[in-house]
Design a protein around this ligand. Structure first.
Ligand SMILES: Nc1ncnc2c1ncn2[C@@H]1O[C@H](COP(=O)(O)OP(=O)(O)OP(=O)(O)O)[C@@H](O)[C@H]1O
Length: 252
């Protein structure tokens, strides 16, 4: 297991947002976290990256206790792409290269440059390399932020709604890249998703959060009309299309 989340609990002040959250993730897994707005998905991602400090429970990254890890160790092992992207007066190349920061001692190495060039190519961002990131569209910027997390060569990649700003082509492209990176580099990707069908197409494991608790977890088989109704309060059909289950809301 590359990640074990063991009975964690988190509160903002008196408001408990995560309760008794338990799950395990293996190398190479592509896990989608689903749940309604406010169910605790982003909070969970921030606890795994130790941006937020949970009170109860434990998180293990491989066999290391997250609470005892140094910041640099976390930065090397976990890549995190938050929901909202920042802007700034740096080029796309430099913004992606910044992902190598946990590895750079004195100077940027040939490997840092090569990895940056390679990921820009893989993500079709080469032509933007010298553009300033504040001159990009929301979708282009999103791809840059994902490229920066990938160049970090993490063992765990946390992505909070990575496709929310992207058009259809880029949604598919980004999910395909994340899937390929998980497979070829054996990275565990944990992705907060609102688009259940996109999640079903690329993920092999699902964690559904409801009111801060794991409501259900498992493979594609957990996505049933009953579970969707109980999670989102919506009546749906789940139909197989070209071998992939699809969630289709019933007409109201
Ligand atoms: N900084 C904060 N301080 C206090 N409460 C917060 C804070 N951030 C989030 N919350 C609350 O915690 C709960 C869970 O929020 P969180 O952002 O984790 O949900 P989410 O499932 O990611 O939602 P969404 O799908 O809308 O992004 C919500 O009720 C939210 O209002």
């Amino acid at each position: 297991m590359v990640l074990s989340v063991d009975k964690i609990e988190f509160s903002y002040g008196n408001a408990t947002v995560l309760k008794d959250v338990n799950f395990k993730v293996k190398k190479g897994d592509f896990v989608s976290i689903l749940g309604v707005n406010g169910s605790g998905k982003s909070t969970l991602m921030k606890c795994i990256n130790r941006i937020l400090k949970f009170k109860e429970g434990m998180i293990f990254v491989e066999d290391r206790d997250l609470k005892k890890m140094k910041d640099i160790e976390i930065a090397r092992k976990i890549g995190y792409v938050p929901q909202s992207s920042e802007t700034g007066f740096v080029t796309v190349f430099d913004a992606v290269l910044l992902g190598r920061k946990p590895y750079i001692k004195w100077d940027i190495s040939k490997k840092d440059i090569e990895l940056t060039e390679n990921i820009l190519k893989v993500m079709n961002l080469e032509e933007y390399a010298l553009r300033y990131i504040n001159e990009l569209s929301g979708g282009e910027l999103q791809k840059v932020v994902i490229a920066r997390a990938l160049v970090q060569e993490p063992q765990i990649l946390l992505l909070d709604e990575p496709t929310s700003d992207l058009d259809l082509k880029n949604q598919l492209e980004v999910m395909k890249i994340i899937r390929e990176v998980s497979d070829t580099h054996n990275i565990a990707s944990i992705v907060v998703m609102h688009d259940i069908n996109l999640a079903l197409r690329y993920s092999d494991k699902f964690i559904i959060l409801k009111e801060g608790q794991v409501f259900t977890t498992g493979g594609k088989e957990v996505i049933t009309p009953e579970i969707i109704k109980e999670t989102y309060g919506v009546d749906v059909h789940v139909k197989n299309f070209e071998g992939v289950p699809m969630v289709i809301p019933k007409s109201q």
